[in-house]
Design a protein around this ligand. Structure first.
Ligand SMILES: Nc1ncnc2c1ncn2[C@@H]1O[C@H](COP(=O)(O)OP(=O)(O)OP(=O)(O)O)[C@@H](O)[C@H]1O
Ligand SMILES: [Mg+2]
Length: 489
């Protein structure tokens, strides 16, 4: 039942309003001054509506309105003004009154205005409720598919999460492989924080970024005076990470000499600083990562087989994003949340349907990192409350135009696919010829076609050009004339 407060200094009017509104089924309270009303509105449960006279002794109805908008912004206010005081009525609306009604008024009019105001208020509340329900639902879904800040609902990610749960506590060496940007480092951290070593350091080093001497002194430390510039003893990262985890990124980039040294550490569990004579014991969980095919490198003798078996005790293969497109919506939402608060733009409607379609049909060579960058860019560019396809980079948007094109063609009664492909081939060949100044060998190369097959189709489509740059004579034609030959209409 909606709660209404009637504020009116004139008793007969107050009683009349109370009676009429109670008859309508509202829960009505009455007070005789705005001063009293300020206490009542803020005191107990909020009122849905306040119906107040404007001119009363003490505080006015406008004062009460201001008080309500500051302390109870959800309470609607209807003000009653004396006939002919237009300016006060305008002030009332400007200050946020839901309605004003001139005295003397018709009781039916008052009923209608109250009903309408209450209805509008309910609509707003319902809308807010729906929005927050939606948000809760989204958060709940995310919770199910989130693991240590990693998003993944796809079966492959789910099984990786379960694997991490099983092996994290064992301390075994783990090798994470996968294309760039698939989340290898994030996985390494998830292992660390699930391992019971979370209080100890997680140390990460990119083995591909440093020359051997530097890498060695970074990993194992050095003694003062062991080389020029070694002005003091320095602890190596293996020692810094003691009791915790060391993450050796780009392990495939290490030199053969370095590989031997790493093998020793993994076998002996001791390190020797550069220029030092003593072995230092370390107890460190080793996680390595690579975006190379180490197995292949082993058979090509580019990576030591014994080291490979030492580091590959437990293997985690990260799928490329294009292999788990079902994760794209949740990932996009995750990054959208991150960047909208970072950039301070609400983008309250999230991703538009069109934008999501583009994201889902793109093949993401740069994987999750690229998706993150694309969302960051879109949030920065977007002027609307919803991410539009226009805010995505052209290469991502292109996917959409293809699906849209297909949609249109299919809606218009279907296509003859063979003929369609034939037309596409002709179009691609003509464009390639244009790019290559009519040199057929280069155009064929550009399209990944054999020269034989290129020449076959060129003949079929009535195109001609040069076999190669050196050719001369009758075959030499400009791209422009080629186009004309190919397109008689
Ligand atoms: N499943 C995921 N959920 C949330 N964020 C992810 C996920 N996977 C990757 N990311 C984010 O993508 C970015 C790249 O991840 P990360 O640095 O772990 O990739 P990587 O495989 O180590 O890449 P590289 O081989 O280039 O070093 C990071 O910002 C990371 O937070
Ligand atoms: Mg990385």
């Amino acid at each position: 039942m909606s709660k209404i407060l009637v504020v009116e200094d004139e008793k007969s009017m107050r009683d009349l309003l109370a009676m009429v509104l109670r008859k309508e089924g509202y829960d009505v309270e009455t007070v005789e001054s705005a001063t009293e009303a300020t206490d009542v509105v803020t005191g107990g449960d909020p009122f849905d509506l306040v119906v107040s006279d404007i001119s009363m002794p003490g505080l006015s109805g406008l004062d009460l309105l201001r008080h309500c908008s500051q302390t109870r912004p959800d309470t609607a206010v209807i003000l009653m003004t004396a006939y002919g005081t237009k300016q006060t009525a305008i002030d009332a609306l400007n200050e946020g009154a839901a309605y004003y009604i001139e005295k003397p008024f018709d009781i039916d009019e008052m009923r209608a205005v109250v009903r309408k105001t209450i209805e509008q208020k309910m609509l707003v509340v319902e809308n807010l409720d729906l929005k927050s329900q939606n948000r809760d639902l989204r958060a709940e879904l995310r919770g199910q598919y989130e693991f240590q800040g990693l998003i993944g609902r796809s079966p492959r990610m789910q099984s990786i999460f379960r694997l991490i749960e099983r092996v994290a506590g064992t301390g075994s060496t783990i090798m994470i492989s996968g294309e760039s940007g698939t989340g290898k480092e994030l996985i390494a951290k998830a292992v660390h924080y699930n391992s019971g070593r979370g209080e100890r350091p997680f140390v990460s080093i990119n083995c591909g970024a440093l020359p051997d001497e530097l890498l060695e002194s970074e990993l194992f430390g050095h003694m003062k005076g062991s080389f020029t510039g070694a002005t003091a003893n320095k602890k190596g990262l293996f020692q810094v990470a003691n009791g915790g985890t060391i993450f050796l990124d780009e392990i495939g980039e290490t030199s053969p000499a370095m590989q031997i040294k790493l093998l020793r550490v993994l076998q002996e569990r001791t390190i020797r600083p550069v220029g030092g004579t003593e072995e230092i014991e370390v107890e460190v969980r080793v996680i390595t990562a690579t975006n190379q095919d180490l197995e292949q490198m082993v058979s090509d003798k580019q990576f030591r087989e014994d080291l490979y078996y030492r580091i590959n005790v437990i293997a985690i293969r990260m799928p490329a994003l294009r292999q788990k497109p079902e994760d794209i919506p949740a990932l996009a939402e995750h990054f959208l949340d991150k960047y909208r608060s970072l950039v301070g733009k609400p983008i309250s409607e999230g991703l538009s349907k069109g934008a999501l379609e583009c994201l889902e049909s793109y093949d993401w060579p740069g994987n999750v990192r690229q998706l993150e960058n694309v969302i960051e860019r879109a949030v920065a560019l977007e002027a609307a409350e919803e991410i539009q396809p226009e805010s995505l980079p052209p290469e991502v948007r292109r996917g959409q135009s293809r699906t849209e094109e297909l949609d249109i063609v299919l809606r218009e009664g279907g296509i003859d696919l063979e003929q369609h492909l034939e037309e596409l081939r002709r179009h691609y060949m003509l464009t390639a010829m244009e790019r290559c100044d009519g040199v057929q060998t280069r155009a064929a190369e550009l399209l990944g076609m054999t020269f034989r097959s290129f020449r076959y189709f060129a003949k079929k489509y009535g195109m001609s050009g040069r076999d190669s740059q050196g050719d001369s004579g009758a075959e030499r034609q400009t791209a422009q004339s080629t186009e004309l030959v190919g397109e008689p209409d």
